[in-house]
Design a protein around this ligand. Structure first.
Ligand SMILES: CC(C)(COP(=O)(O)OP(=O)(O)OC[C@H]1O[C@@H](n2cnc3c(N)ncnc32)[C@H](O)[C@@H]1OP(=O)(O)O)[C@@H](O)C(=O)NCCC(=O)NCCS
Length: 164
């Protein structure tokens, strides 16, 4: 088959958690918690039963267009007036480096543009893909705490100003 006739790979659907029917939310939260357990150490796991009930917590989710049962990426944020904390961002291993992390941040950014705000996050300096992503999205380092996550693992606070 010539290249021009190869089928296009499925795209991703990106949706806010709050846009789902309340009856479907529990099942989605379970999938997110499962993905989180695969990727992050136990100390960083969220209790989604508690967190997602908070009014100022939001979550952006990505699914494959041809498999809307599988969560392939998620981003958790918390809005505090004009400050938004990006608490979690995770892409399923086999879907990384396809622009999905960047698209989730862009989605959040578009939602927050009205009125202007700052997005803040903490990141372990050893998480190189995350550092590359945040830099590529325009985040700037505003604080540095050496050895915060362990010897040689600094915590960097990063900021992105939007909608101003
Ligand atoms: C960090 C993470 C979310 C990135 O998601 P992703 O979908 O692979 O990132 P994208 O494809 O959108 O890439 C965005 C940019 O980062 C760069 N990047 C992503 N992964 C990279 C890697 N492994 N090495 C070098 N650069 C990388 C891309 O080249 C791209 O740069 P560009 O915009 O200049 O082209 C993903 O690797 C992940 O889930 N990691 C584990 C969890 C984690 O560390 N989360 C962050 C916690 S703070």
């Amino acid at each position: 088959m010539s290249k021009a006739h190869l089928p296009t790979p499925p795209d991703f659907l990106i949706k806010e958690f709050a846009s789902f029917q309340p009856k479907d939310r529990q099942a989605i939260a379970i999938k997110v918690a499962k993905l989180e357990r695969k990727v992050f150490p136990a100390i960083e796991h969220f209790n989604y039963d508690v967190e997602l009930k908070k009014k100022n917590i939001g979550m952006v989710l990505a699914f494959k267009e041809d498999d809307t049962d599988t969560v392939v990426a998620y981003l958790v944020y918390q809005r505090m007036k004009r400050l938004v904390w990006l608490h979690k961002l995770c892409v399923l291993e086999q879907e990384r480096e396809k622009g999905l992390g960047k698209r989730l941040i862009e989605f959040l950014r578009t939602q927050m543009e009205k009125g202007g705000c700052q997005i803040h996050l903490w990141v372990d300096s050893n998480r190189k893909p995350a550092m590359a992503l945040y830099k590529s999205c325009g985040f700037q380092q505003i604080e540095y705490r050496p050895d915060y996550y362990g010897p040689g693992r600094a915590a960097l606070k990063m900021e992105l100003s939007i909608g101003e």
